[in-house]
Design a protein around this ligand. Structure first.
Ligand SMILES: Nc1ncnc2c1ncn2[C@@H]1O[C@H](COP(=O)(O)OP(=O)(O)OP(=O)(O)O)[C@@H](O)[C@H]1O
Ligand SMILES: [Mg+2]
Length: 326
């Protein structure tokens, strides 16, 4: 078995953030890319690992980003990025798992002593690699679409009473990996698990409230924190092809018009970064906002009344931004 030997000369020990949910299409890759960009823009040195080797959406995102950099002659913040492929050609499951274990742990150790953060994107299904990655996470972020269909991988809910019947597959997996981590020699801290609500609708207030209540009950039972994540915005779907994030749109010459909806979205990303509750991140966010306040030059529109932001989000499909990116 591969042994991980910490580099004694190095002071660094990267904080590992794993973005995971066994439900496909819940926004893992979108969240991963925005967290990565947010951290790099705060001046952190970030490594990234894609263990969704079948889809490799995060890797494609970076490829598209590189293409935009070359085409538009702009500099976009990026990471040292790796893909961990599934083991092939092994006869026994144990051999295949050992192979995947060794390659993942080698990359993690390689990045760990040189980076501030390692951000890992996982597939929307259960796998050995995904479980392994969760057990080595300092923070797990689980985006869920704001719907009971997505909630089902976290817990079974009684349709009549709204009561939680029992935790389900993903919550059980998290419980198991927390145990695995706790039993690991030399480990002295647990996994901070954050469930992030994604694709929040401005319209369906009743569903929103019901999901909120159910999440609140479950969080106490299985031990996660809740973060209000990203609203439903068409722009997220469009950014992938250019490899861009909302943070790039606001800070670089990407050729895409910025709307009030994008500014509201940036505030959501900043809130999520605050919600990580990692001291170094909070410090730099505070420094940035202090710099911004004292700088008259970076004039930003005042926060719009909520109603106007909602209206803008609904009209996004017809906006020039939508056309420009498409
Ligand atoms: N807040 C949002 N508003 C609008 N669209 C979104 C939002 N978040 C994600 N999407 C879109 O939802 C789709 C799924 O997102 P994404 O690929 O990030 O999910 P995933 O969990 O990584 O999926 P998979 O399980 O297949 O890896 C994409 O088309 C993405 O652009
Ligand atoms: Mg994905």
């Amino acid at each position: 078995m591969l042994k991980i030997v910490a580099n004694k000369d190095s002071q660094k020990q990267a904080h590992v953030i794993v973005v995971g949910n066994e439900k496909g299409g819940s926004g893992k890759t979108t969240t991963t890319m925005h967290i990565i960009t947010g951290l790099v823009k705060l001046g952190f040195d970030v490594g990234s690992i894609d263990i969704d080797a079948r889809q490799q959406t995060l890797t494609r995102y970076f490829e598209n980003r590189l293409h935009t950099t070359e085409k538009e002659h702009i500099t976009l913040p990026t990471t040292e990025h790796y893909v961990i492929y599934k083991a092939t050609g092994k006869k026994l499951i144990a051999e295949a798992e050992q192979d995947e274990h060794d390659r993942y742990m080698e990359r993690l150790a390689f990045l760990s002593t040189r980076k501030d953060f390692i951000v890992v994107d996982t597939p929307g299904s259960d796998s050995f690699l995904s479980r392994l990655a969760h057990s080595h996470a300092d923070t797990v972020i689980t985006p869920i679409n704001d719907s009971f269909v997505d909630f089902d991988v976290l817990a079974k809910v009684n349709g009549d009473t709204g009561e939680i019947v029992r935790p389900s597959v993903y919550a059980e997996m998290m419980w198991n990996q927390r145990m695995v981590r706790a039993q690991r020699a030399g480990n002295n801290k647990g996994i901070d698990w954050i469930v992030m609500r994604n694709r929040l609708s401005h319209l369906d207030a009743k569903n929103k409230r019901k999901v909120e209540e159910a999440l609140d009950k479950l969080s106490k039972r299985v031990g996660f924190r809740i973060a209000t994540g990203f609203s439903e915005r068409v722009i997220y779907r469009e950014l992938f092809l250019k490899g861009l994030t909302l943070l790039d749109l606001l800070d670089s010459e990407t050729g895409v018009n910025v709307t009030i909806s994008h500014i509201a979205a940036r505030a959501e990303i900043r809130d999520l970064l605050y919600n990580l509750r990692i001291d170094s991140v909070t410090e730099r966010l505070n420094e940035k906002s202090a710099e911004k306040k004292s700088s008259e030059a970076i004039a930003e529109p005042q926060a719009e009344p909520q109603q106007q932001i909602e209206q803008t989000a609904q009209n996004e499909e017809n906006s020039p931004v939508y056309k420009a990116v498409g």
